[in-house]
Ligand binder design. Structure first.
Ligand SMILES: Cc1cc2nc3c(=O)[nH]c(=O)nc-3n(C[C@H](O)[C@H](O)[C@H](O)COP(=O)(O)O)c2cc1C
Length: 486
């Protein structure tokens, strides 16, 4: 520490209040145990950090032990403006620590925000927000005992559930001469919950000293956004009222989509069978593979968003906080009401989306089942009609047979049957006579054929005889010619 002190004494100390009066957003590196040491501070200053804090140092140890001073605090001439943060619970101890550090730093800060159990049980840190008189006393003591008017005395606090108590604490500190107040916008119990920038805004509007917003600021853009949010006047109302974040815009669009699809599914002139045909499109069968996974993913997403909205509604519907806020500042009260309205809107959006998603799935399932039932009903109806036709036919046939068997029938029918019989008999007689004639003719023809056969047999024999004679003659003729030639 000694070497660094020698260097530091040569450098010009700076008035941190100049930064707040510059009209620019002051970029501050928050105190962080184990991190915000000299090396880290040197680094962040290179990236246009305006003001640095040391990690929290227990004032009593710092005052008592040179060893503690050496290990807890180092600095150099470039390390300005620098605020040394102390944990203290007694005004005089804090004054002593401030007097020791005064030549090497630009101000001290009293830690009233550390929620760690060890600190709280020792009476340090966030438990001080419940002891405004002690805080006031400590600030006043340091102010009165440090000669340098440019040496700043600030405090870093967390907020109360009852915001009026925080405003009361800040006003007491202001009255005691505190230079500025850093507000970490969370309560002692909160760790990673959203920061209550609205509360910081209320505090800011109730004070005339600079208020530094802290919590969830991870980039320069965040710093600018928080600056706008916490310092905004009445105009911000409109922006917040109409503002949907991306995920809620998506949920709203999804909800409108669901309503549209359900309306189309309910159109009376599109029958379930037609829907069944539409559901049978190849596109759906391809999608069906992912359908169950997609359905469950959307359910999970909507449940998460719904629970988030429930949490927000519970947070902002705390009547206790609202009443206190209303007492402090009516525009801030409106701001909280706006947040409540937005969280309720989100609750309805996610709730209805979830409900309609389940309804949609059920409707599609029921339509498909109904279409199947209708198809099988139509097939059954055709079968029944066919069976009825067949039964009618068989019954008619059966009746006719029964009539024939029981000999019923009118006399006309009988007469016609007798006449037919008579005719048939005559026909038979005629056919018999014709048959006799034909057989006689056949017999005759047969006899004639036999005679022809005999005749042709005789002719054949004569012909063969003639052929033999002809051959003999031919041979003798040949012999006679041969002799002649010789
Ligand atoms: C590692 C770490 C150490 C911290 N040490 C201190 C500290 O010594 N003094 C202090 O007032 N706040 C300390 N804080 C709190 C921060 O200064 C700051 O208030 C807090 O990180 C803001 O919330 P955020 O982390 O959500 O942005 C520490 C925070 C972290 C993460």
């Amino acid at each position: 520490m000694i070497d660094d002190i020698r260097e530091t004494k040569e450098c010009q100390l700076k008035d941190p209040m100049d930064l707040f009066h510059s009209g620019q957003v002051v970029k501050i590196c928050a105190p962080m145990v184990r991190y915000s040491k000299l090396a880290f501070r040197t680094l962040v200053r290179k990236y246009s950090c305006d003001l640095c804090y040391t990690p929290m140092i227990v004032a009593a140890d710092f005052v008592r032990s040179a060893k503690a001073r050496d290990s807890e605090f180092t600095t150099n001439k470039g390390d300005h403006p620098l605020i040394v943060q102390f944990a203290a619970k007694e005004a005089q101890v804090l004054c002593d620590a401030a007097r020791i550090i005064c030549p090497f730093a630009d101000g001290i800060d009293l830690n009233c925000g550390c929620p760690q159990r060890w600190a709280m049980s020792e009476g340090y840190g966030a438990c001080l927000i419940n002891k405004p008189e002690l805080v006031k006393d400590m600030v006043r003591h340091v102010r009165s005992q440090i000669d340098n008017p440019k040496f700043s005395v600030s405090i870093k606090i967390r907020i109360h559930e009852d915001l009026k108590r925080t405003v009361d604490l800040c006003q007491k500190a202001e009255a005691a001469g505190v230079s500025w107040i850093t507000v970490h916008g969370r309560s002692i119990e909160e760790r990673h919950q959203p920061v209550h920038y609205d509360a910081i805004k209320i505090i800011k509007q109730s004070m005339s000293i600079p208020i530094v917003a802290n919590g969830d600021i991870k980039s320069l853009k965040d710093a600018e956004n928080v600056h706008h949010l916490t310092e905004a006047d009445g105009k911000i109302k409109h922006t917040l009222f109409s503002k949907y974040t991306y995920q809620w815009t998506a949920v709203a669009a999804f909800l409108y989509g669901e309503v549209g699809v359900i309306l189309v599914l309910c159109l009376p002139f599109i029958s379930p069978l037609r829907w069944q045909k539409i559901f049978m499109f190849p596109l759906w069968s391809k999608m069906a593979v992912f359908w169950n996974k997609m359905f469950l993913t959307i359910i999970v997403l909507l449940i998460v968003l719904f629970l988030d909205a429930v949490r927000e509604v519970r947070k902002y519907s705390s009547v206790h906080v609202n009443e206190k806020a209303a007492n402090v500042n009516s525009s801030a009260f409106d701001h909280i009401q706006m947040k409540l309205f937005r969280s309720q809107r989100n609750l309805y959006l996610s709730g209805f989306s979830l409900f309609l998603w389940l309804v949609l799935r059920r409707t599609v399932t029921l339509l498909t089942q109904l279409a199947k039932e209708m198809a099988s009903h139509a097939a059954l109806e055709t079968q029944v009609n066919d069976a009825t036709e067949a039964a009618k036919k068989y019954m008619a046939e059966n009746e006719r047979l029964q009539e024939a068997l029981s000999g019923k029938g009118d006399s006309k029918k009988k007469e016609s049957t007798d006449a037919t019989e008579e005719k048939l008999k005559e026909e038979v007689e005629r056919l018999k006579a014709e048959l006799q004639k034909t057989s006689n003719a056949f017999h005759k023809a047969k006899t004639e054929v036999a005679a022809f056969k005999k005749q042709s047999e005789g002719l054949r024999r004569e012909y063969e005889q003639l052929m033999k004679e002809f051959e003999q003659l031919q041979q003798s003729l040949n012999k006679a010619e041969d002799k002649k030639d010789l």
